[in-house]
Design a protein around this ligand. Structure first.
Ligand SMILES: Cc1ncc(COP(=O)(O)O)c(C=O)c1O
Length: 451
């Protein structure tokens, strides 16, 4: 196995950083100006984390590509970290949205599009009732509130190194079996040990031990973890976890916001998960803000029994702009035309191509890495074998190496997600786009560990 020479890694990074600055003069200028009006020089704090001395400023994006203000074209494998999984500005959504913008954007009243969307979601995921929010974070927060309310239990159960949006209960980690604050947690309202039970993914014994306390309102889970590399469930894991949740009276909430990449019905559809509630955001409206949570007949009845008309606007669930006409028309156009079996089949084929190419280069260069895939999402991690839980995967994270590989790709016209090594395919991604990444990955590997 080849080891990475850290001095060389540093040298390569300095070389790539210089190249980046020279080749992006217009982005550099905008960033210098932004530092006077935007906190940290960016409209949202995560944008600081892109590889490179500053983020590239975007001019135009369409399909699987975007152009920056310096006129450079990129293959976008990040796709807005799934918000643009249906491709940037698909015509069918752009047209529907443009029409709706002229006909009323938000009214606090329903439009017929909401019915179309609800009916479509029921066919995809098998749950009968749906509500809408602006973000997947909100959808998760509201699903958690409902679970707490109807079970009259205080805790939620989540997985070590999960990510479900800015949901307070989930910014927790396990340290020697004890739940504590996740590193970087800004202004936590309470210690998450008060709100959260945490277990490693794929560990049924640990799951049962925590459920035995009989205080868990819900298990909030991505059916496969996607935010600490891709971690697939063991065969039969969800069947047994589902059974344990029922036995101990906890609801199962499937957060399909990223795992929708598995197919038109996400992992719920592909693996017959039968969750009690389901959350889906980001790509649902091709990036027009909107998300949804759905629930089973039983959950719906239990909610109705506890929520009274007079109080329904002050219960901590909802939002003025939630379920607005613009979100719903974007969802309708996206579900009807883009998140189709036919598109998924193409996209999944491309993710397989990505994996085959990267896997070959990993082997060729004797790197102790692996590449994993879930539907149309692919990701390489710096673990020799595909990790089975968040702890294992996080232990092999390598921030410096990740930054070099991202910058190396960016300088050669390919954008990966800023937080880990994820590549996502959209309906307009081509085999040529995938091969461009593979070629760049091969060049980087050859520089890091010459044969
Ligand atoms: C699985 C999952 N759920 C929910 C969210 C939250 O989405 P948003 O930031 O759009 O609220 C994310 C964001 O990355 C996510 O990965």
């Amino acid at each position: 196995m080849s080891r990475i020479d850290r001095t060389k890694l540093k040298r390569l990074h300095e070389r790539e950083e210089k190249r980046f600055v020279v080749e992006h003069p217009c982005s550099a200028q905008l960033y210098a100006r932004a530092e006077h009006s935007l906190l940290g020089g960016v409209p949202m704090n995560w944008m600081k984390k892109w590889a490179g001395a500053f983020p590239v400023f975007v001019q135009h994006a369409k399909g699987a590509h975007f152009t920056d203000v310096d006129g450079r074209d990129y293959v976008d494998l990040c796709l807005g970290d799934t918000g643009a999984m249906t491709g940037h500005s698909p015509d069918v959504v752009a047209e529907a949205v443009a029409k709706r913008v002229r006909e009323g954007i938000t009214l606090m009243l329903p439009t017929e599009d909401a019915l179309f969307v609800g009916e479509d979601l029921t066919r995809r995921f098998g749950l009968p009732y749906w509500q809408f929010t602006l973000t997947a974070t909100d959808a998760n927060r509201f699903a958690i509130r409902i679970a707490r309310e109807i079970t009259q239990r205080t805790k939620i159960l989540a997985f070590h190194y999960c990510y479900h949006g800015t949901v307070d209960e989930t910014f927790a980690t396990l340290d020697g079996g004890v739940v504590g604050l996740r590193r970087g947690n800004i202004g936590p309202p309470v210690n998450p040990a008060e709100t959260t039970r945490l277990v490693e993914f794929n560990d049924l014994n640990a799951l049962e031990e925590e459920l035995k306390h009989h205080d868990v309102a819900c298990i909030l889970a991505e059916p496969a973890m996607t935010n600490v590399g891709i971690i697939l469930p063991h065969d039969g894991y969800w069947k047994q976890a589902r059974e344990l949740a029922r036995r101990y009276g906890a609801l199962l909430i499937a957060d399909e916001t990223h795992t929708i990449c598995a197919g038109p019905g996400g992992c719920t559809g592909e693996w017959d998960l039968q969750p009690d509630m389901l959350v889906f955001g980001k790509a649902i409206g091709s990036g027009i803000p909107g998300a949804t949570y759905g629930c089973s007949e039983e959950v719906a009845q239990r909610i109705s029994a506890r929520i009274h008309l007079e109080d329904c606007d002050v219960g901590g669930i909802g939002g003025t702009l939630a379920g607005n006409a613009l979100s719903l028309v974007a969802m309708r156009a996206t579900l009807e035309n883009l998140l189709t079996r036919e598109n998924f089949d193409r996209m999944i084929g491309l993710a397989k191509r990505f994996n085959d190419g990267v896997s070959l280069e990993i082997k060729k260069h004797g790197l102790p890495w692996n590449v994993q895939r879930l539907g149309c999402r692919a990701e390489y991690t710096f673990c020799e074998q595909a990790p089975w839980n968040g702890g294992e995967s996080a232990a092999r994270a390598d921030f410096e190496l990740e930054r070099l590989l991202h910058l190396y790709a960016l300088n050669r016209g390919v954008l990966l997600t800023p937080f880990h090594n994820m590549a996502l395919m959209c309906p307009e991604t081509t085999a040529g786009d995938v091969d461009q990444h593979t070629q760049i990955f091969a060049e980087a590997a050859a520089e890091l560990v010459p044969a």
